[in-house]
Structure formats: structure tokens, C-alpha cells
Ligand binder design. Structure first.
Ligand code: DSN
Length: 413
């Protein structure tokens, strides 16, 4: 099959695509939810399956012409179950948020109570923030982290669960830098008769590589995304026990979605295969080593980290004692080619549009092949820029060094 170059068909779009490729190549991507998917994943996501409608599930489709779609989805399901040791996998959710909403649809009635982590203390919008669909249909109660340690206080969470009697407890975060052990969460859920949902979107790659505790034996449902530490295509998935399989499948389709993205499911199959390779385990280990190296460098340079460090792929830097907000920090770092996101810290006094923190992470830099030496260098640059936010000359000099470093670590060889 010969594809016409985009440059010939639509030069305007092609120009933006080329610029984005250059941006990704020439900047240091430290947003912990981003990564560089392999060329096989990219190619498959733009493949011929884009054209196919396949509402339903393998062997039970509503349209003709689905034999090969069935084959792809079955391969992907088999791989997901093997990779995570799960009894059932649904790979159709278009996103992590979609996966969570489908689980609510499967397990809850409107008005049921969800106990989840507060967004401003590390949770996620889809765990029931005001203005979202879950907040409209369910009663949301939030737990937080301990003010002093920045970590989950399980005794407090247990007490809260006993008082609130939620139907569903969500464990999982988008800015929690520490390991999570799932057994005590299962115990709390059992004590109050709640389902346990583990939202593993951020750390699923670490779980696949067995460098983080495994939620699959403990949670009723595990939701995740493929594009973060798992380094696959954009999209979500759900793992669950056999007993919940048909409820979950019906909640995804037709409960909350129409036709599956078969091109993305094919790419998910590829990323599961990639994650089974020994090299992926090495990669995941190095993500954590790099994160700790960057965290230590920044702490040596006087930065305060929530919880005092990191066990996973991200850290949360508390800028409240520095003379800079999260918003300004992210802006000046970007001017030097260092891309991070501003982030609320627990008990932040600034709004989410400003914040007192940033949330750097190492999955993407690790994919490029960077190691501890590069982390120390990048930590030094971050420190210099944040300690001198009005020094444009310094930023320009660091930007040139960033580009040189990026040149030595191409994103696609
Ligand atoms: N927006 C993602 C993140 O950056 O954590 C979560 O959906």
C-alpha cells in the first residue's frame, strides 16, 4: 500500500507535524504522563484498522467484516492478561477517564458514594472533581494525604471509610511520588463492603515490569492508560476478575462508548508485547533510578520535595518557600527547553491555574537512553533557572546546552 506523503496532500498540517517532531526532539520532556511510543506503535496507530467499525466484542460484533478485527483484539486481550496476570481484560476504553467512567457504570447506581483522593492532593479529575460527570451522578467524598509526611495515612482513611460507607474506594493518583501497597486498601474496602478500584494510569508500566507492588490480586478492577509509563498508544484499559467481566464489558460497550478504535487496540497489543521483553524491565528500573537521581540533585540544591523524595517515576517539588509559583517555574523552564507541568502541592494555598509546585518525571528521558549523569546535569540546570527566574541570558545559555544534550539522545533513531 502506497501512502501519499502528507506534505503533498496538506502542507499546512505537515508543517505543524514537522515542527512538533522538532519540538519533541529538541526539548527535555519531563511531564511524567508523557513518553515516546515506539515506531511500531506509531505506525500501527495510523494503520488500516482506522477504517473499521467493530461494535461489540470478538465473535459478537454487530457489523460484518470483523474477522480480522476479532483476531487483533483477541491477540491484544491474551497479551494483556498474560502481562498483568489478570483474569479478564477490556481494551476498548478510549482513555483512562473513559475506563474509570465505565467502571462506575458497571459497579454503581446513581447516588452511590465514591471515596477517592482529592485532586489537589494528587488525585485525578475523573475521580469525581466538581464539574465532571462522576460528580454529577455519584456522591463524592475525598481523602487526602497527611499534612506532615505527604503520604497516605491509612488509619485516617480507614476511619473515613467506616464513617462514610462508600460503595467504591479508589486508590491511585496522578501526583503521588511513593510506592502504594494494595493489601491494606483491600482490607479497608472489605471492612466497609466497598468495591476497590485501582487507577494505575501513571504507574502501570512500573507494575508491568514488576518494579512496583501489584494491584491485580487485590483490586476488583484496575484501570490504566497505555501512553504513560507503559509507553504505548494513547488509550485506556480495564483489568478485572472473571465475575465482573460481563458487567465491565457491557459498561464499556454499549454503556459508555460506541465502536472501539481497532487501530489503537492493535497498537495496544504491540505495547503489551514490548512490555514483556527483558529490556522493558531494565527500562522501568532505570526510570526510578533516574527519578531518584534527579530528586536527590534537586534536594541537594535546596529544593523541598513532597514526602522528601520519590519511589516511582515522578516527584512533586514544593516551591512555596522559593520566590516562584508553579506557573512561573513551568514557563521559565520551557524557555530553556525543559518541559514540566505546574502542579498543586497538598494543602496548596494557590489555585490550580497558578500552584505552588511542579511535577517532573523521568519516563520520557529514560526512553531516550538518559541515565544518572544526565539527570544530575538537568537537575543543575533546573536549579539554576528556578533560583534566577529573571535571568534570561542564563536561560538562553542553558537552552543551547539542552539542545546539544537532546541531539546526543535522538527520540527516533
Ligand atoms: N493529565 C494526566 C496527567 O498528566 O497526569 C492525567 O490524565
Amino acid at each position: 500500500m502506497k501512502l501519499k506523503p502528507i506534505a503533498q496532500v496538506d502542507p499546512q498540517i505537515d508543517e505543524v507535524l514537522q515542527k512538533e517532531l522538532n519540538r519533541q526532539q529538541n526539548t527535555l520532556m519531563l511531564i511524567p504522563s508523557e513518553n515516546y511510543a515506539s515506531s511500531a506503535v506509531l505506525e500501527t496507530q495510523s494503520s488500516i484498522f482506522t477504517n473499521k467499525y467493530a461494535e461489540g466484542y470478538p465473535g459478537k460484533r454487530y457489523y460484518q467484516g470483523c474477522t480480522l478485527a476479532d483476531e487483533i483484539e483477541e491477540i491484544a486481550i491474551t497479551r494483556a492478561k498474560k502481562l498483568f496476570g489478570a483474569e479478564h481484560a477490556n481494551l476498548q476504553p478510549h482513555s483512562g477517564t473513559g475506563a474509570n467512567i465505565a467502571c462506575y457504570q458497571a459497579l454503581l447506581q446513581p447516588g452511590d458514594k465514591i471515596l477517592s483522593l482529592d485532586l489537589t492532593q494528587g488525585g485525578h479529575l475523573s475521580h469525581g472533581k466538581e464539574g465532571t460527570l462522576p460528580h454529577t451522578y455519584y456522591r463524592i467524598v475525598n481523602y487526602g494525604v497527611d499534612k506532615k509526611s505527604g503520604r497516605f495515612d491509612l488509619d485516617k482513611i480507614r476511619k473515613m471509610a467506616k464513617k462514610e460507607r462508600p460503595r467504591l474506594i479508589i486508590v491511585g493518583a496522578s501526583s503521588y511520588p511513593r510506592k502504594i501497597e494494595f493489601k491494606p486498601w483491600r482490607e479497608i474496602a472489605d471492612e466497609v463492603g466497598a468495591y476497590l478500584l485501582a487507577d494505575m494510569a501513571h504507574i502501570i508500566g512500573l507494575i508491568a515490569a514488576k518494579v512496583h507492588p501489584d494491584p491485580v490480586p487485590y483490586a476488583d478492577v484496575v484501570t490504566a492508560t497505555c501512553q504513560k509509563t507503559l509507553r504505548g498508544p494513547r488509550g485506556g484499559f480495564i483489568l478485572c476478575k472473571k465475575e465482573l467481566a460481563s458487567k465491565i464489558d457491557r459498561a464499556v460497550f454499549p454503556g459508555t462508548q460506541g465502536g472501539p478504535f481497532m487501530h489503537t487496540i492493535a497498537a495496544k497489543a504491540i505495547c503489551f508485547k514490548e512490555a514483556m521483553q527483558p529490556s522493558f524491565k531494565e527500562y522501568a528500573k532505570q526510570i526510578i533510578i533516574n527519578c531518584q537521581s534527579l530528586a536527590n540533585t534537586l534536594m541537594e540544591k535546596g529544593f523541598k520535595l513532597i514526602t522528601g523524595g520519590s519511589d516511582n517515576h515522578l516527584m512533586l517539588i514544593d516551591l512555596s518557600s522559593q520566590k516562584i509559583t508553579g506557573k512561573k517555574a513551568a514557563l521559565v523552564l520551557e524557555e530553556a527547553g525543559i518541559v514540566v507541568n505546574k502542579n498543586c502541592i497538598p494543602f496548596d494555598v494557590l489555585p490550580p491555574s497558578i500552584t505552588s509546585g511542579i511535577r517532573p518525571g523521568t519516563p520520557a528521558l529514560t526512553t531516550r537512553g538518559m541515565k544518572e549523569d544526565e539527570m544530575k546535569l538537568i537537575g543543575k540546570w533546573i536549579s539554576e533557572i528556578l533560583h534566577n527566574p529573571n535571568n534570561k541570558k542564563m536561560r538562553d545559555e542553558i537552552k543551547a546546552k539542552v539542545e546539544k544534550l537532546c541531539h546526543s539522545f535522538p527520540i527516533y533513531k
